[in-house]
Design a protein around this ligand. Sequence first.
Ligand code: PLP
Length: 451
Amino acid sequence: MPDTAPNDWDARAETHSFYGFTDLPSVQARGTVVVTHGEGPYIFDTAGRRYLDANSGLWNMVAGFDHPGLAQAAKAQYDRLPGYHAFFGRMSDQTVMLSEKLIEVSPFARGKVFYTNSGSEANDTALKMLWFLARAEGQPERRKILTRWNGYHGVTVAAASMTGKAYNALFGLPLPGFIHLTCPHYWREGREGESEAEFTTRLAAELEEVIAREGAETIAGFFAEPVIGAGGVIPPSEGYFQAIQAVLKRHNIPLIADEVICGFGRTGEVWGCQTYGFTPDAIISSKALTAGYFPMGAVILGPDLSDRLQAAAEAVEEFPHGFTASGHPVGCAIALKAIDVILNEGLLDNVRALTPRFEAGLKRLAEHPHIGEWRGKGLMGALEAVADKPTKTPFPATLSVSERIANTCTDHGLICRPLGQSIVLCPPFIVTEAQMDEMFDKLEAALNRVF
Ligand code: PLP
C-alpha cells in the first residue's frame, strides 16, 4: 500500500501513476485533481469541489457524465454477453446492428465497418488496410502517407507518425514515408497580402508538387481531420477540402477523414465532412461514437475501398488484423444507444442551437488584448493567446501562458485545455445556455487574472 495518508489522493496519484500528455511542472505545483464522479457536464473531485468540464473529458463525454440510458445499455449488455470478439466467423448481434447503423448514418450509400479500441488504432488499421490493398493490387511501393502539420491522429507508432507535432522528435518519429503538408490555418500560415482563397490554392498546389516529387504511385493515402482538433481547433481555410480532394482524385489517392473529434455532431452535422461538403473514401471514428462510455474506435469504409478490400482479403482468404476486443458487444450496445441519444434525444439539435451563443462568447473574449484569434465550428472552439495582437507575435513557449490560463480556470472550477498557445473549449452536447455562460464568465475571470 502507498505510504501516504488514506485521504491524500493527490500524492498517491503522483507517486504511483505515470502521467502522459501532462505539463509536469503544473502538476507538481498544483497537484492532481482526483475525480470521483460526474453529473451532467460537471465533475467532482475528492475534496468535493465541482468543475464544469468544458473539455468533455477528452472531447468524448458528449452526453455528460451521468446519462442513465447509456449506463443502462451497458448494464443490460453486460448481463447478456459481457465480451466477445469479431473474428473467426463470429460476432455479437450488437456488432451486426452497430455496423448497419454506422453505414446508415454515414455519408456512404454502402460500405463496411471494422472495430478497434481507440482512435489511434483505427488510424493504424486504416493505414494497414491501404498497405494491404496496395500489395494485393500489385502496387507494393504505394506506402507513403500524407498528413498535415498540427494534425493529430493518435499515439500508436503509425498514428503518431501521421501526427504533425514537434514532440514526435522526442521518440525519433515520424517513421520514414510520413509526409506533413502545410496546416490549413489561414490566420497563421497565410502570407502578407494573400487572400484566403489564394492560400487554399497555394495549399492545393503544394499537394500537387509533393505528389509530383514523391510519385503518385508511392502514396497510399491522405489522412485529415475536417477540423484539426488537438492541434488547436483549426477549421480548414475556405474551399480547402474541395481543392485538396480534386488533386487527390486526379492521382487516385484515397482521402481518409479522421472524424475522431468531429464525428457524431461536434461541428453541427453528424460528420465534419458533411459540414465541409466533401465525401471521403473512409471515416475514422471514436470518442463520441460511444459518448465516451466505452473505449472504442471504428474504420468506416466507403463503397470503393470496401469492395476493393473485400476482394483483396478474399484473394488471400483473410485480412489478418484485429484486436481481442474488436466489436466488443458492450461497446457496440453503448454506441447504438449513444447514436440514438445524439440523434434522437436532441443533442445534435442542441449543438446547432447553442453554436451562435458559443461563437458569441468566443468573439467576446477575443476582444481581450492578449487574444489574437478565435476559431471554432459547432461546439469546438479555441482562443489563441498572443504577446502582441497586431503582429500576432506569440508568447515565448517557456512562459506556458495557456497552461497558466487553464490552471487558473481549474482554480475557478472550469476545466479547459491548453493546446500550444491556445485555450480550447469543447463542452458536452448537453450543455445549457446557463452553463455556457458560466464557462465563458469563468474563462474571462481567468484571463483577467493571468494578464
Ligand atoms: N484522431 C484524432 C482526430 C484525435 O483527436 C485523437 C485523440 O484525441 C485520435 C485520433 C486518437 O484517439 P485515441 O486517443 O482514442 O487513440
